[in-house]
Ligand binder design. Structure first.
Ligand code: GAP
Length: 454
């Protein structure tokens, strides 16, 4: 991805409080609390007009860089509901649990693995110092039922992680797409978890969206592919943020590793709440395909067409979240910039132009001149077919620029009196606030060059 021109240094801007982003999201139509008029549901959100554009851009960019531009990767879209045996084979029915404690005094609830060690040892609430209850265990899978006749309905689960579809469709993909190991399957899809402590806005939700690459390899090449994807994924995140110093790897400790995993890393981003997981790079070995072979009775091994060797492929997983990307991008992009003229600070979302929900705003300089309005509307109509464009003629031009800066629109096109003489417009860039004159007939190419993937 290319960066916006004239991007100022952003490494020293302060960490943004989550509440600032929550408020912006509600005010400008990025994110709303779900079922708000009924009091809401903890850990579930809806996405508004700008939110859905940003989400689509985030998803499209991931898909473009993982599926479209890699010859050895294909994509699928599996169903949210599967046979319940899937979740027995995956180990979720037995092991997908959180251990909870409650404070007997202030009644707050905590996940045992989130408590500081000293509070666990002393059985003490980290907020009020009260005594904690004995830990209780909760399964995070969300149950559902298929069928209409009471007593004959099949109990199953909404998927607790999206990647399971990939193992289920792995054999079909092999047979229908002529892929050969090493190769990968990608998917973006919803996952559901009955999180006992949802919170921090989009960070920990009960309904959220994951993206997964499951990359199938011969065991002898596992380390090489693990290292490859670990680096590629880190670079991917580096490419979409401004504050590169807020990104790091964290290696999982031996107490966190699954029994089959030689190693695992989280890509973490630093927010006001500290370092937080953005994506996991997991060494899944042959666990998933072996378990599904065993539980289904369907042999999921692969036969090398050249050597004839038959084996269960090992898997490198890279698993991240659309919602965490959405949240971290907003935290990364948000800035309140002092105004040299001493007026209100300028709020600007320095989102990468290719991810920004609105790419261009077309603004007639004045509202009282019919010719300016018509020219601006015509330009907007032309641009709208190529990218998300907004037309705005309400309030003075300074206020309209501010409105667009606050939602991250990288370019504003102003139609002024000179436009009527020479068919050029002013293009104002969000970050540096620089302005250039561009001929109307060159405008689509000028903007497309700056706002599309390459
Ligand atoms: N298949 C592996 C897996 O599901 P995970 O670490 O549980 O691993 C992967 O989840 C990613 O999904 C996380 O790195 C995070 O981005 C996202 N994620 C997990 N739980 C989430 C939640 N409750 N709310 C929002 N995103 C979540």
């Amino acid at each position: 991805m290319t960066q916006t021109e004239n991007r100022p240094s952003v490494s020293d801007t302060p960490l943004v409080p989550i509440e600032t982003i929550v408020s912006l999201c509600k005010r400008r139509g990025f994110v709303y609390p779900n079922s708000e008029i009924y009091g809401g549901v903890a850990g579930i959100y809806d996405f508004g007009p700008l939110g859905v554009e940003l989400r689509n851009n985030i998803r499209r960019y991931w898909w473009w860089s993982m599926v479209q531009t890699n010859d050895n990767i294909v994509g699928i879209e599996g169903a949210i509901i599967t046979n319940r045996k899937v979740w027995e084979a995956s180990g979720h029915v037995e092991n997908f649990v959180d251990r909870l404690v409650d404070c007997k005094n202030c009644k707050r609830r905590f996940r045992l693995d989130h408590l500081p060690a000293e509070n666990v040892e002393q059985n003490k609430c980290p907020v009020c110092g009260g005594e904690l209850t004995e830990p209780r265990t909760f399964n995070l899978l969300m149950e559902t039922y298929l069928g209409v006749v009471e007593g004959e309905r099949m109990q199953t689960y909404l998927r607790g992680e999206a990647c399971q579809n990939i193992y289920l469709d792995y054999d079909n993909v092999l047979k229908s797409s002529r892929m050969q190991v090493p190769f990968g399957i990608c998917q973006i899809g919803k996952a559901f978890r009955n999180e006992v402590t949802p919170g921090n806005f989009l960070f920990r939700q009960r309904e959220f969206e994951q993206w997964d690459l499951q990359f199938f390899v011969h065991s002898s090449e596992m380390q090489q592919w693990f290292d490859y994807w670990k680096e590629r994924r880190f670079e991917w995140y580096q490419g979409i943020i401004n504050h590169k110093d807020r990104l790091r790897f964290r290696a999982h400790g031996s107490d966190e590793l699954a029994h089959y995993a030689k190693q695992a890393f989280d890509i973490e981003y630093r927010t006001v709440l500290g370092w937080q997981e953005w994506e996991g790079i997991h060494w899944r070995q042959d666990w998933d395909l072996s378990r599904h072979s065993q539980y289904s009775g369907h042999d999921l091994s692969y036969t090398n067409p050249v050597t004839g060797e038959k084996f269960i492929p090992w898997i490198v997983e890279t698993s991240g979240g659309v919602d965490r990307t959405f949240l971290f991008l907003l935290l990364d992009a948000y800035e309140e910039e002092p105004d040299p003229a001493g007026k209100e600070p300028r709020t600007v979302l320095r989102l990468h132009p290719m991810l920004a929900p609105v790419k261009v705003a077309v603004l007639p300089l004045q509202k009282n001149k019919e010719e300016l309005l018509n020219t601006a509307k015509n330009i907007h109509k032309r641009l709208q077919r190529l990218m998300v464009s907004q037309y705005d003629d309400v309030a003075n031009i300074g206020r309209r620029y501010r409105r667009q800066d606050e939602i991250g629109t990288p370019y504003c096109v102003t139609v002024d009196f000179q436009t009527l003489d020479d068919q050029t417009v002013t293009v104002r860039e969000r970050d540096g606030m620089t302005q250039v004159r561009v001929a109307i007939n060159e405008l689509p190419a000028y903007l497309l060059e700056r706002v599309t993937w390459k």
